[in-house]
Write a protein that binds this ligand. Structure first.
Ligand SMILES: O=c1[nH]c(=O)c2[nH]c(=O)[nH]c2[nH]1
Length: 355
């Protein structure tokens, strides 16, 4: 009985592509995950390793990025462009091109409309179907979906032995991106340093934050008998401050942005004793399109999902005895100075990681 090759297809899966359209100061963002799979006469590579007809999966990925240089438009039309391109090769008889698009809203505004595809010949429908895009930040975005509000009430023993409620509120995975207004340079270099100095880069993160209310505020809000309306109001306001600070600060490091976000919250709300933030640095690498005879003036990026930088900080009040924990604080009293070892409030031990 002979063994034969059955149906097969191959390609590159989940090519992460972010395109920034910066033809006006009001940037537009297109964020896609694209899979390209080819079918056709590929028996030789499966049977004897003859690759003479194989369009490398790497080439398929590069084609996605190179085509994005012209603009993307609707994912359907972008995929059709890819399909037509590969189907022009004689060994390709079919294939499958798939896309998943991630939505982004402007910080302080609404959904970002699709950017036009520069290769489109008929663009008359573009403006008629686009959502209004009149409000919000020009180049800072928050990804729609995936974000969660979080809360925690911890009952710990107080000095007199009665249970003391500590209330934490937070949010998880608020995905933010700014397409300019971020730099990172001036770091030390050694033989293992390859990172170029950046004076204009994409800054992207998934904010996880927990903030702790003062005991007095928490007790009052819990006793108000209004279902915790004060917590609802603080949640909305703190979230807005975090996003606005991310958008508004010209960042020299994600560390600076993280501290500024926390500080802005503490400055605005005396009833918040401290806040902890955990922010991955979701790296976006400019794709080298030179091999394809194309320039790339900060438009086509590889959105890496790992590894990522991970920047975490607690922002506290120097005079917060509860935050300092037993024994009092031992550092960080000078605003902006490096914090020394500072015993933490016991509630933090009940949170899984740093936050
Ligand atoms: O904002 C940043 N902080 C870092 O510590 C760091 N390290 C790195 O490689 N890139 C960045 N970016």
């Amino acid at each position: 009985m002979s063994v034969v090759l059955g149906a097969n297809q191959y390609g590159k899966a989940e090519v992460r592509l972010v395109r920034v359209d910066r033809d006006s100061p009001r940037h537009r963002l297109t964020d896609l995950s694209i899979t390209s799979q080819l079918r056709g006469d590929f028996a030789a590579t499966h049977l004897v390793g003859d690759n003479s007809g194989v369009i490398a999966t790497d080439t398929q990925k590069n084609t996605v990025y190179a085509f994005a240089r012209d603009g993307i438009g609707a994912p359907e039309s972008f995929l059709a462009r890819l399909a037509r391109h590969f189907l022009a090769r004689p060994q390709v008889t079919g294939g499958r091109w798939a896309a998943e698009q991630y939505g982004w809203d402007r910080i302080g505004g609404g959904p970002v409309p699709a950017a036009p595809d520069a290769t489109a010949t008929d663009t008359t429908g573009t403006d008629a179907t686009a959502a209004p895009d009149a409000t919000g930040h020009d180049h800072s975005f928050v990804r729609s979906g995936g974000e969660r509000r979080t809360a925690l009430v911890h009952a710990g023993a107080s000095a007199d032995g009665t249970p003391q409620l500590t209330v934490l509120s937070g949010l998880r995975d608020a995905t933010l991106l700014k397409s300019t207004g971020s730099e990172f340079h001036g770091f030390p270099r050694d033989r293992y340093t390859t990172l170029p100095e950046a004076t204009d880069r994409i800054l992207a993160t998934d904010v996880t934050a927990w903030w702790r209310y003062t005991d007095d505020f928490a007790a009052e809000a819990l006793a108000a008998g209004d279902g915790g309306a004060a917590f609802d109001a603080r949640y909305d306001a703190v979230r807005a401050i975090l996003l606005e600070t991310f958008a508004g600060l010209h960042s020299l490091a994600l560390q600076q942005t993280v501290f500024a976000m926390g500080k802005a919250v503490l400055d605005a709300y005396p009833e918040i004793a401290e806040i902890r933030l955990s922010c991955p640095n979701n790296h976006h690498f400019l794709v080298d399109l030179e091999p394809f005879g194309l320039d790339n003036p900060g438009e086509v990026f590889f959105a890496a999902d790992r590894p990522y930088g991970l920047i975490e900080a607690a922002v506290t009040r120097a005079d917060d005895e509860a935050g300092a924990g037993p024994g009092g604080g031992s550092g960080g009293e000078v605003p902006g100075a490096p914090a020394g070892p500072r015993p933490e409030h016991p509630v933090w031990a009940t949170i899984g990681g740093f936050v």
